[in-house]
Design a protein around this ligand. Sequence first.
Ligand SMILES: C[S@@+](CC[C@H](N)C(=O)[O-])C[C@H]1O[C@@H](n2cnc3c(N)ncnc32)[C@H](O)[C@@H]1O
Length: 330
Amino acid sequence: MKKQLILKDEPSLIIENEYNKHADVVLFPGNCLDLLKTIPDNSIQLVVTSPPYNIGKAYEKRTSLDRYLAEQEKVIGECVRVLSEKGSLCWQVGNHIKKDGIVPLDIALYPILKKFNLKLRNRIIWHFEHGLHCSKRFSGRYETICWFTKSDRYFFNLDPVRIPQKYPSKKYFKGPKAGQLSCNPLGKNPGDLWIIPNVKHNHVEKTIHPCQFPVELIERLILSLTNPGNYVLDPFMGVGTTAVASILNKRKSIGAEIVPEYLKIAKERINLAYQGRLRIRPMNQPVYDPNKPQKNRTNLYTSYNQFGDSEELPLFPQFNFHNKEDLIHA
Ligand SMILES: C[S@@+](CC[C@H](N)C(=O)[O-])C[C@H]1O[C@@H](n2cnc3c(N)ncnc32)[C@H](O)[C@@H]1O
């Protein structure tokens, strides 16, 4: 079969399982370090990822914090090598949780990221409403995205990610600009506090992965930090949300994942996204308001972890990922 690139608006998508500069998507089944060493220097415009947090999730073994940070350093070093001079690296993290306290991973990782001479442009707070209900501390309702650039000559395009102005028709009432609009008609800068629902239970994008990105979170980064046709790399790919957001916006995507089942789901989601058939929560959709009529909620039960923290989980998941119909826009 003739292979064609999505970026030329052709009907087929080239998905490879190892690095190949002609692929639209690379889904590497294995350790990201093995994938990274095959990628040329300075070839990637955006690295965006959420690494394991070393908290004992289904896909990770808990290890000492020092060992965890040493492993992260190896991956970050390779990501910096493959990053282009105008490129960006976004490391999305929360807390490593121990009995004797929490360790905010961005604080622990910052000295490592600085060792590679990266420049921090924003520490974005991603706020969401759902998660563990803590009984001995306040429940965690934010994580961070540390946006670094490799140089001062970085690419940044605000226009595609502007959000509506509060008072779009407000005008200067005196001075030389009197009568002209006082705010940008294209919208305002979204700022560094992003309120975007996390992917839990009833979120339309939910798969079997315990902590996947919402597509809209990654779309905002892709649209502002890359151009169509650029490469976006996610070394810890999970169920392929970064690739989905890339394909939806005509960027090429490369990622690695060690759990074969996640990779299989990633491939299905990417193909559905390419066909315009993947259910996603659109960017800038207002956050659910409990004062407005409520949609049917699933039955929930409460599960507790070893620290006594609880979480509500669905008894009967509303979306069974393996039923294709559930993935498609109604
Ligand atoms: C926090 S999750 C990322 C989820 C992803 N953002 C998504 O939207 O699906 C981290 C993922 O990294 C994978 N992983 C852990 N160590 C890895 C490694 N050395 N190489 C590649 N993937 C790894 C885990 O299996 C897990 O799916």
